[in-house]
Design a protein around this ligand. Structure first.
Ligand SMILES: O=C(O)CCC(=O)C(=O)O
Ligand SMILES: [Fe+2]
Length: 289
């Protein structure tokens, strides 16, 4: 038994109108092969190049440890010099990832290597971010705090992405007051005895290689597995659906402050309550549909 995953459409070339009407408007994911081939980045960007331009930067690293009551929302697990980190990536599998690294703030010169595609809507230009991962590392299933439309460009190596629309949330064992699923689910090889509702979830799968872009519609859940060491850049365009804009506001104004406060005051009791609630809330979706 596997997850019910359809392959994301893959196109070689796409016009602005076709992208807008067939994917953006319908909020349907798509992979555009070698979309970045006109950019200087297509030839330049590699792990080695990142080591050259950012080797001396200290970078925040994340591994796969579950939430911890002692840390705040999204705080890093370790720090390293970028040059050491890239050496580590090249040496073999490592769990350490870089997550949401802001290009404008950290290495503004990289901006001249890419441009914002003209696809009929506005990009949120202050927030181009980079993500790095070692062979077999993965970014846990989540959706983004601003429920943005994401353009995820991949460089060097191969990556596998699993996506779910928000309408599949009931089957995903979402943790209350968070944007994540239960910590014990391995989306590459889920345990359906422990998490039977996952059998009913209908999602998408995409494979990315150097130069490809994956369009992730707004608010979509995403799980990313680095098949080999590599990195990606996400460009975002804010959510359009009023419901998603309202949730963005809620996430910043209520969700994060509540989370930080509860971890501080109740500690692990709060986290354990969240895990239990995610199982209880999902019970009614466990029957085969
Ligand atoms: O590629 C990754 O490691 C995570 C990407 C991601 O979560 C995003 O672009 O929002
Ligand atoms: Fe994300």
């Amino acid at each position: 038994m596997n997850l019910q995953l359809k392959s994301v459409d893959v196109v070689e070339n796409i016009s602005k109108d076709d992208f807008y009407n067939n994917y953006y408007k319908k909020q349907k994911p798509v992979v555009i092969k070698q979309f970045s081939k006109e950019w200087p980045a297509f030839d330049k960007w590699s792990l080695e190049y990142m080591k050259e331009v950012a080797g001396n930067k200290t970078v925040p690293l994340y591994d796969n440890r579950p939430l911890n009551a002692k840390t705040k929302f999204n705080s890093p697990h370790a720090h390293m010099k970028m040059s050491e980190y890239i050496d580590l990536l090249k040496k073999g599998p490592t769990k350490y990832r870089i997550f949401l690294w802001n290009i404008l703030k950290e290495i503004p010169s990289l901006q001249s290597d890419f441009s914002y595609p003209d696809l009929g809507f506005r990009f949120f230009k202050v927030l181009p971010t980079l993500f790095f991962g070692g062979e077999n590392s993965y970014t846990f299933m989540h959706y983004d705090i601003d429920l943005a439309n994401i353009f995820h460009f991949h460089f060097e190596g191969k990556k596998e992405c699993i996506l779910f629309d928000q309408d599949q949330t009931p089957y995903l064992y979402k943790l209350p007051n968070s944007l994540m699923t239960h910590k014990d689910i391995d989306f590459s090889n889920p345990d359906f005895d422990k998490f039977p509702a996952l059998k009913n979830a209908k999602g998408f799968i995409a494979n990315l290689e150097h130069g490809d872009v994956l369009y992730i519609p707004e608010g979509y859940w995403h799980y990313m597995k680095y098949i080999t060491a590599g990195f990606s850049m996400s460009l975002r365009s804010i959510a359009k659906k009023p419901k998603h804009l309202a949730e963005t506001f809620y996430n910043f104004a209520v969700m994060i402050p509540v989370e930080n406060l509860m971890r501080k005051t109740l500690g692990n009791k709060w986290l354990n309550w969240k895990y239990k609630r995610s199982l209880d809330n999902t019970k009614k979706y466990e029957e085969a549909s």
